[in-house]
Design a protein around this ligand. Sequence first.
Ligand code: EGV
Length: 369
Amino acid sequence: MNNLTEFECLALNSPLNLADGHARQALTASQARIIDDLPNLFAKAAARPPEEVGLDACRAYLGLLGQHSHPVGDGRVFACYSSSVAMEIFARALAQTGESVALIHPTFDNIPDILRGVGLNLVPLEEDVLHDGDLPRALLNSVSCVFVTTPNNPTGRVVSEERLRALAAQCADHDVILALDTSFRGFDPRAHFDHYRVLESSGCRWVVIEDTGKLWPTLELKIGWLVTAREPGLPVAKIYSDILLGSSPLVLALVQRFAEDAADGGLPDLHRFIAGNRALVRQALAGLPDVDFPDLDSRASVERVRLGARSSLEVWSTLREHNVYMLPCQKFHWADPHEGDHMLRVALARSAAPLGEAMRALRFVLSTR
Ligand code: EGV
């Protein structure tokens, strides 16, 4: 397998797919009503100016997640089909002026792959270094961008408001661009402080990649927004226009309706649902020798399981014989894959029945090794 997404593709047709981090649980009753209303949503989206549809969707989504100082309406919010498309556009823009990027380690491997794909050189930024205090000046002097995923995938660690303010100030001092990937922010209220207020007042050049794609089971109908500082010093608008004219007003209108439903009580329901699934995973494996959970504080829709001396690839292959799929963690550790040799990632945005069945299989496999 070349990357994590290839592992995820192998799992797509299995009913016991706990591999990818996309939302695959059943729609709630109120979400199902939105889907029932799709023909109407289509007609309404078609009848309005696309710009209005896009602005309303973005305001609803960012407002839901506490991002009240967003610059929506200021011509620097770019709607993309997915956050990976947004990231590719940012990476291409960055490659025109920069050479090196300090990238959070570990993180989902398509981020290093996209950045390397445009010729950028990567320097690992360990999570502990990021969270423990100021970044080393030598590091900041050697890169043109610091790229951070918060909450991080797969660990769930969140950059606090205090750390973000300090990080943005350091980036401003060193004229380094601060890039945030906030794809998992919806799951964790600790990531709902107003990031844009902090960034806008910091004086640093910044971009944020927002993603609706992890939150709701919308069959890959989603938006990745690329949001930039007023003067990012990068040709983002030009490169966006090379790739996209815009995103679908139908998808944008759908995102708006799901965001409104979430604001109406759906978001705390989702948080309870994920917390329940996390408890199910931890209980299903309780008491197994040398098995534990490194991310005790995580609220992301994924959970890592540490396997003791067992090999994650061997456990993965045995699970595959049961048609059960999870992710071995090597490739999250893009600078040092061995760090993931004894770890699996379990997706939690799944209905409880398949999750329970898969966890019984995992318990069986782990107790026979
Ligand atoms: C996760 C996969 C790619 C990504 C999966 C993910 N997308 N490769 N463009 O969405 O955590 O499983 O982030």
